[in-house]
Ligand binder design. Structure first.
Ligand SMILES: Nc1ncnc2c1ncn2[C@@H]1O[C@H](COP(=O)(O)OP(=O)(O)OP(=O)(O)O)[C@@H](O)[C@H]1O
Ligand SMILES: [Mg+2]
Length: 355
């Protein structure tokens, strides 16, 4: 968090990548609150909520208005002027309760019109906040979606961002292969444009104390060996740990102690609550992918070797190679630094074993 805040204050662009549910958004939200308290103007857009360029323009306009234009303007009405002058003029509405402004650009505009509108919106953070003494940051969450919105968007964005050294951008994303292609491929517009930060899991020794304290604080106790087993199970994956701890806490009566019996019940409860999600992911897998998932659930290892294939009755190497690649791209399976594979989605191995 220190590093992230420091980079933003210095106008350094950063890309934070990590698999799903590792705490990217949480981390940046925290940093954002602290930066706001220090007077930095921070606009946040989540690209998962902007499937089209019109939607992106709407969210961008709202964020730039709310977080940059409005705080800098003396009069609310004045702050709207740059938005009224966009190539596609938005319909602007105010939520009477929250007082929040929303912008609507309609649908199906000619590509040059919507591109010009987006371009202008992307220019605004620097233009509005560019005066000396101001600090401006733009956070783009779920950035891996960018090419799904329009394959030409990265180039458009990058061209504008290059001219705004005073604005710090923070890009967050999962889907490693998409993010890596965007930032590590020299043919891509974002190549080498941002400092790369990779979020890992949370170290067990940090998690252990936190979990023990939080049980105690709510009049419950958890045995040390149970915490160890729990962390071994989740491998420090932030969301999985939080989820399993929640169910464990729920299984434990007040003034009672969480033992391995409660942990087993908690694990079963997690599997029940994740069932629909796992079923969807399982249904989307091909036959070979299913075979590999079943094998890896029993034994993490090297599915391409003859010994492993024989042990688990797997098809020829060529078929496995393609299926493994797809599983890795979908982030169901991870390749370890030593070249072996394991199921990465927490609890999925248990669920597959129970099929
Ligand atoms: N520092 C932390 N300590 C403990 N748990 C955390 C921490 N940060 C995040 N978490 C847990 O991880 C969950 C996922 O966090 P968050 O949504 O920020 O991750 P993300 O990487 O942005 O996920 P996604 O890829 O789905 O957008 C949170 O709901 C929270 O339970
Ligand atoms: Mg997130």
């Amino acid at each position: 968090m220190q590093e992230l805040k420091f980079d933003v204050l210095n106008g350094q662009d950063v890309v934070v990548f990590a698999p799903r549910r590792y705490g990217k958004s949480s981390l940046v939200w925290r940093a954002m609150q602290q930066l706001l308290a220090e007077g930095v103007l921070v606009a946040y857009v989540n690209l998962m909520t902007t499937p089209t360029k019109e939607k992106l323009a709407e969210k961008l306009a709202a964020a730039v208005y709310e977080s940059i234009a409005s705080p800098l303007a003396r009069a609310k009405e004045r702050a709207l002027t740059p938005f009224r002058g966009l190539r596609i003029s938005p319909t602007i509405t105010v939520d009477p309760e929250q007082g929040a402004y929303s912008f609507s650009f309609g649908v199906d505009h000619s590509p040059p019109d919507i591109d010009a509108t987006l371009e202008r919106l992307l220019e605004l953070p620097a233009e509005l906040g560019g005066a000396p003494g101001n600090r401006v940051a733009l956070i783009l969450d779920e950035f891996q979606e960018i090419e799904m919105i329009d394959p030409a968007l990265p180039k458009l964005m990058r061209t504008i961002f290059e001219q705004q050294p005073e604005v710090a951008r923070v890009y967050l994303g999962s889907r490693r292969h998409l993010m890596e292609r965007l930032f590590n491929d020299e043919n891509e517009p974002f190549w080498r444009s941002a400092k790369k930060v990779e979020l890992g899991v949370i170290a067990p020794e940090l998690f252990r104390g936190f979990i023990v304290r939080h049980f105690r604080r709510t009049r419950k106790t958890v045995e040390g060996n149970v915490v160890d087993e729990l962390l071994e199970r989740t491998m420090g994956h932030p969301y999985a740990t939080q989820e399993l701890c929640y169910f464990l806490w729920e299984q434990t009566p007040f003034d009672g102690t969480a033992t391995t019996a409660e942990l087993a019940l908690a694990l079963a409860a997690v599997l029940r609550s994740e069932h629909a999600h796992f079923q969807l992911r399982w249904d989307a897998a091909s036959a070979v992918q299913k075979l590999i998932l079943e094998a890896l659930a029993r034994e993490p290892g090297r599915p391409m070797t003859n010994a492993y294939r024989t042990r688990h009755a797997l098809p020829p190497v060529s078929a496995i190679q393609a299926a493994l690649r797809a599983l890795v791209e979908r982030e169901l399976v991870v390749k370890e630094p030593d070249g072996s594979y394991r199921i990465s989605e927490p609890f999925l191995d248990r669920w597959v074993q129970a099929l």
